[in-house]
Ligand binder design. Sequence first.
Ligand SMILES: Cc1cc2nc3c(=O)[nH]c(=O)nc-3n(C[C@H](O)[C@H](O)[C@H](O)COP(=O)(O)O)c2cc1C
Length: 318
Amino acid sequence: MVSAGLSVEIGALRLPFPTLMGSGCYGTGAEFAPFADLSRVGAVVLKSLTRKPRLGNAMPRLVHTPAGMLNAIGLQNPGIDWYLEHEMVALAEAPCAMIGSVAGFAVDEYEEVCAKLAARPEIAAIELNISCPNVASEGETFACDPRLTAAVVRAARRVTRKPLIVKLSPNVTGIATIAQHAEAEGADALAVVNTVRGMAIDVDRWQPRLGNVAGGLSGPAIRPIAVLAVYEVARAVRVPIIGQGGIVSTADALEFFLAGASAIGIGTANFFDPRVPERIVAELSAYLAQRGLHDLHEIVGRANVGFASAEQYEGDAG
Ligand SMILES: Cc1cc2nc3c(=O)[nH]c(=O)nc-3n(C[C@H](O)[C@H](O)[C@H](O)COP(=O)(O)O)c2cc1C
């Protein structure tokens, strides 16, 4: 069912709702079916897959923090071949679009996994999780380097015509430049942003609380970081943005739309309230109706920042 005014296009893919479930936070949706109506979800982004199976990082992998959570799962997954053979078929009957997520430690790994996933009819689009270290350049993260980002997107674009979403990291100084490189290589949309790097220490045991020492912070703690990233990327590219980072309510979602996102991702919120996505969809409709608006796109990027020209915006100058 398409709800008037809420549909969104990501390349050739039209979703009835602008709500995507964040990779690694929603499984295939099956686990959430008893609690949430998946036909009211825009799409599920599946857990990132790599070429080889990965056991993930040492425990503990999750830590609660004020207004958020730190995770260092370490891309645990069964590997693309096992996934295609054993888990893919379950997606055929899914009540919403399924978006495959690709991770890798080398450009040719992204290319291979992307090609295999995209070849499956169950997969509507591909998201590239580029927040991984590149073994060929001393572990530099793909998402932190415009050239590495471009190389991954180019390789993926070569092997599929399905919509390509590139998921950017907030752990950079110039996210707009990275976004432009992804767009120039054929990204159909950008997911903004992945988790923020962080660490927590157990003061009784004098030890890092994550087995991996460092992890990715998600949840409301990162929302202002994510909103600013969306705002800056929206000014730099033309492709649609899927804003994410700490969305738990309709007011949060609206911040992202006003900053320039055409769709939103919801991750951590699902862990404590699986009805958040449905509630946001219902309340967005009401919000538009109350204001006499017909389409969500009417508010995208409409935050009135009060600058007469782009030159007046000076970033975070204190
Ligand atoms: C436990 C956990 C696992 C995640 N796994 C992945 C993953 O495999 N691939 C990916 O691209 N993002 C992954 N993410 C990031 C989320 O998809 C999302 O982009 C991020 O958490 C910010 O949104 P949120 O604050 O709504 O969770 C993960 C996040 C969490 C909390």
